[in-house]
Design a protein around this ligand. Structure first.
Ligand SMILES: [Fe+2]
Length: 385
């Protein structure tokens, strides 16, 4: 039995890694990059920073900044046109998960045409689009090291999961300094997303020794540092640990898949426009509680890696501590319930059967230690209220 591991060709990791973008482009033989980002990155001056750095190396670039949170089929269209009408040989994807996910879709559609639905899972996208250098500014979605992108079809609110080596960036630039100005809310949401990636990869039915080693390393980095980064954004040691942890968690889940939390999270995000990390955070305690009996040892390993249990604790004690920690974390990081987020109760309850169906159809729940029935998914959704 062997496992295929897919990674970016280049990983530039550490303080000021982003200053190496011109060198990376040169090593790839690329000279005409399009920077794909969002308005926030332009306002914060990050896009300009990358452009000037490229200019210092005589590389001219253009900026496309019209990506939106939770990208949709129509939101990426202008980017696709920009690539089709331009003469670019590469893409620098700068920002949180949404600009990078948008760039992945734009890279494939810009080069090969068609519509996003054509590239939706279960089709595996092996085509090579324009090479992407992914530069995350959150810690994070891990999308800089995954072969996935998610684009919402706004006509039916379906979050289309797209999979294949065609969506793997050729290079990932992992520079924690880009996260120093992140607001606390985004630090919390994206940090819990990263923790969820590591935990889900570790308990996934597709886990393998390679993904396990990355997942455990990620939890060791994220566990003690998420609160620190949330309370003091300028804590560079905590930011550095979160950034590396997020990337390792990305490597883990790209090669072992995510499970029930992500499966149930996407329908909430699509129907009620809850940011991805936040809907994961709402679900993580309830889904973990549901799943622990089917993977007692694995979850106990998670508790020890995160640092809330020790080798002296039994598996049962460790899992008890894990549950307490996940609930405490949500409280301390001020994760709202769906109700506090402003979701209408009647609408949420009415949509539960549809959301359960969509969750199961995404395939992610099949990787969970216990594969739930639609009724069990509804039971978990109800617990969130
Ligand atoms: Fe995620």
């Amino acid at each position: 039995m062997s496992n295929q591991i897919i990674l970016p060709r280049i990983l530039q990791v550490g303080e000021n890694a982003s200053l190496e973008i011109p060198t990376i482009l040169e090593s790839l033989g690329c000279i005409r990059p399009l920077i794909i980002t969002d308005k926030m990155m332009v306002e914060l001056g990050y896009a300009q920073q990358v452009q000037s750095c490229l200019q210092d190396h005589q590389i001219n670039s253009e900026v496309f900044y019209d990506t939106v949170p939770e990208p949709t089929v129509s939101s990426i269209q202008a980017g696709v046109e920009t690539v089709r009408n331009g003469n670019y040989d590469s893409i620098i994807a700068l920002g949180g998960g949404s600009p990078i996910d948008s760039a992945k879709a734009i890279s494939i559609l810009g080069k090969f045409g068609g519509v996003m639905r054509d590239y939706k899972f279960p089709r595996i996208v092996n085509e090579e689009g324009l090479p992407i250098i992914a530069v995350p500014t959150t810690a994070g979605t891990g999308t800089e090291v995954t072969r996935f992108t998610i684009i919402t079809d706004e006509t039916n609110d379906e979050k289309m999961l797209c999979v294949g080596v065609g969506f793997m960036p050729v290079a990932a630039v992992v520079d924690y300094k880009l996260t120093l100005s992140l607001p606390a809310r985004i630090t919390a949401d994206t940090g819990i997303d990263a923790l969820t990636h590591a935990m889900e990869a570790y308990v996934s039915k597709k886990a393998n020794p390679y993904s396990d080693s990355q997942a455990i390393a990620a939890m060791k980095l994220i566990g003690p540092n998420l609160r620190r980064a949330y309370h003091d954004g300028s804590d560079s040691k905590a930011r550095e640990a979160m950034m590396l942890g997020s990337t390792l968690a990305g490597v883990a889940f790209s090669n072992a898949s995510v499970a029930l939390v992500h499966g149930m999270s996407r329908p909430i995000g699509a129907a009620f426009h809850v940011p991805h990390g936040l809907s994961n955070a709402m679900l993580l305690p309830a889904v973990t509680d549901f799943s622990i009996p089917s993977a007692v040892e694995r979850y106990a390993d998670c508790a020890r890696a995160i640092g809330v249990a020790t080798q002296a604790d039994t598996d049962e004690e460790s899992n008890h501590k894990l549950m307490a920690e996940l609930r405490a974390l949500n409280e301390e990081l001020k994760v709202p319930t769906p109700s506090h987020f402003g979701i209408d109760k009647q609408q949420f309850f009415d949509l539960m059967p549809t959301m359960a169906e969509q969750a199961l159809a995404s395939g992610s729940p099949n990787n969970n230690p216990i594969v739930p029935t639609p009724e069990q998914i509804i039971y978990i959704y109800k617990q969130l209220w």
